[in-house]
Write a protein that binds this ligand. Structure first.
Ligand code: ADP
Ligand code: ZN
Length: 545
């Protein structure tokens, strides 16, 4: 009986007296042995709970990866089974070559036996290379969807942990798992997170990354192509990948997915417009023309934003107005209409933006002005948007010089109107972009007659920052002085050209400022009126506001 009293459980019950009396009765009816077992169990219960808690804590803490590597080297790959993938090649557009290249995988996956019999080796690894949002994940899923096979997805960064050995264990586990489900696809997103060139990093955690990468290489060598496991990896930084990954027998096939061209953008828009209620006035080609440089993901976002906007206005379908507004939002950031600005501040912004627009219109070979606005946005107080007529593949010297002049147009307009003592800091971004352009023209693209077509900079991969930094190579002081002079000269010439243009068209500058103060945003047809010194037409729907 005494054991009851030492038992923690009993202490919890307030009245010991009652228990004593009860116990006496109990001893007579229920065998003591059973109570004894229960009591043992109860006395250990808190310890069990503590141990369980300890493991839960381990699992969710960073430390777990060190101590608990025995238990937590499980792969984080998520499996999407065959019937959960409904994506097919019809859902992917704008990358026809890539689609054609990758479609042969579908055959392999559908009938691995057919290829096996002939002794042919199925490719093991495919590397999809392209900017973010161009549909690499989508394309890999489409292959799984078309072939009706399981799809394992994992991100390169899921392998990399603080402690050495975990990533490698995860890789082993992932390959083991996938073999059970063969034929299947393993999709490794952002492979550059583990697959960087070995021995070059300056940041910590190198050893872990290298071990993980080694394990991937070992596993890829270890299995035969005929097993029907195909690894598709995606990256937007092929240049930083370890050459060992790209060797034959590993990711030896590379498929490039570029940003979509105008026809591609139209097709992608059509795919996404199918999923929403679109009004009859919408012409996808018009939107496609106005969105050079947009990726598939940007276009999907554009359609989605328009749907939200239409819903907010209680409309039943999406019209051109919503699509245009969303496009501007993606291009320039959302409006901040609530921002309080004095009239004089607004006026100086109007002059600044007009300066850009007028110079942009009058220098040769410059992209047309699409829109000028002085409505404050997330990223800026005013914006002048230039959109290329066609997709741009390379730029010539004249275009680049025109860009430099146009970039200085804003600052010069302020200087002409308010004098050099009153110029604002608003041109800092313009100055940065213009200076970088001028520097590249001289040191990288060989546009300087004095220095000739020689590369004077080297792009360095800075692994700690994850981007490339250009640095001047080692040259004599004399060469460096010439480089500086050439950059200054280039900037000065283009600055003077912009100044001359604005002086000669000062009346247009004033008129455009007035139009901006009145309408806040002017479009290309209004700019046409201003440039030909005509009365400015009202923007569409101005009377309705
Ligand atoms: P990535 O993997 O290249 O970064 P994703 O495949 O994740 O890009 O694309 C994100 C989303 O953008 C997709 O789910 C899809 O809605 C849309 N998208 C991107 N590219 C395309 C494309 N080529 N065709 C259709 N939709 C696309
Ligand atoms: Zn500016």
């Amino acid at each position: 009986m005494t054991q009851y009293i030492t038992n923690m459980f009993v202490y919890n019950i307030k009245s010991l007296d009652v228990l004593f009396t009860k116990d006496i009765i109990i001893t007579n009816t229920i065998p003591v042995k059973q109570n004894f077992l229960v009591s043992i169990f109860l006395s250990w219960l808190p310890f069990f709970l503590l141990i369980v808690l300890f493991f839960c804590f381990l699992k969710y803490s960073q430390i777990s990866n060190g101590i608990g590597s025995l238990f937590f080297g499980k792969s984080k790959a998520k499996m999407l089974s065959d019937n959960s993938i409904k994506i097919t090649f019809l859902d992917v557009a704008g990358c026809n070559e890539a689609k054609e290249d990758i479609s042969e995988l579908v055959e392999y996956l559908k009938e691995p036996q057919k290829f096996k019999k002939l002794g042919g080796k199925i490719p093991k690894g495919i590397l999809l290379v392209g900017p973010p949002g161009t549909g690499k994940t989508l394309l890999a899923k489409a292959v799984a969807g078309e072939a009706n096979v399981p799809f394992f997805t994992i991100s390169g960064s899921d392998f990399v942990e603080m402690f050495v050995g975990i990533g490698a264990a995860r890789v082993r586990d992932m390959f083991k798992n996938s073999r059970k489900h063969s034929p299947c696809i393993i999709f490794i997103d952002e492979i550059d997170a583990v697959g960087r060139k070995r021995g070059t990093g300056v940041s910590g955690g190198n050893e872990e990354r290298e071990q993980t990468l080694n394990q991937i290489l070992v596993e890829m060598d270890g299995f035969e192509g005929n097993e029907g496991v195909i690894i598709i990896a995606a990256t937007n930084r092929q240049d930083v990948l370890d050459p060992a990954l790209l060797r034959p027998g590993r990711f030896d096939r590379q498929i490039v997915i570029p940003l979509p061209d105008v026809v591609g953008r139209e097709e992608i828009l059509k795919i996404h417009m199918r999923k929403v209620a679109i009004s009859n006035d919408v012409v996808p080609m018009v939107i496609a023309r106005g969105t050079p440089g947009f990726s598939g993901a940007d276009l999907a976002n554009l359609v989605n934003e328009s749907a939200l906007l239409a819903a907010r206005c209680n409309k039943t379908t999406i019209s051109m107005i919503e699509l245009e507004k969303s496009k501007d939002k993606i291009l320039m950031g959302s409006e901040r209409r609530s921002m309080v600005m004095t009239e004089s501040h607004k006026e100086s912004i109007a002059y600044h933006e007009s300066g850009h627009a007028i110079v942009g219109r009058l220098v040769p070979d410059h992209d047309p002005v699409h829109k000028v606005t002085i409505i404050p946005r997330e990223k800026s107080l005013g914006v002048t948007v230039f959109l290329p007529k066609d997709d741009v593949f390379s730029l010539n010297r004249q275009t680049l010089e025109s860009q430099i002049s146009t970039l200085y147009g804003g600052r010069i307009a302020e200087e002409i109107i308010y004098g050099s003592n009153k110029i604002s800091t608003g041109a800092s971004h313009d100055i940065k972009v213009a200076t970088n352009l001028a520097r590249k023209m001289i040191t990288k693209w060989g546009f300087s007659d004095k220095l000739g077509p020689i590369l004077y900079t080297e792009e360095h991969q800075d692994f700690s920052l994850g981007n490339s930094v250009s640095k001047l190579k080692y040259f004599s002081d004399k060469t460096i002085r010439i480089i500086d002079k050439e950059i200054q000269l280039l900037v000065k010439e283009n600055y003077q050209r912009a100044k001359k243009i604005l002086h000669e068209n000062i009346d247009i500058l004033h008129a455009m400022k007035d139009a901006l103060m009145k309408y806040e945003t002017i479009n290309s047809s209004q700019i046409d009126d201003l440039m030909s010194r005509k009365l400015v037409r009202e923007p569409d729907g101005w009377n309705l506001r």
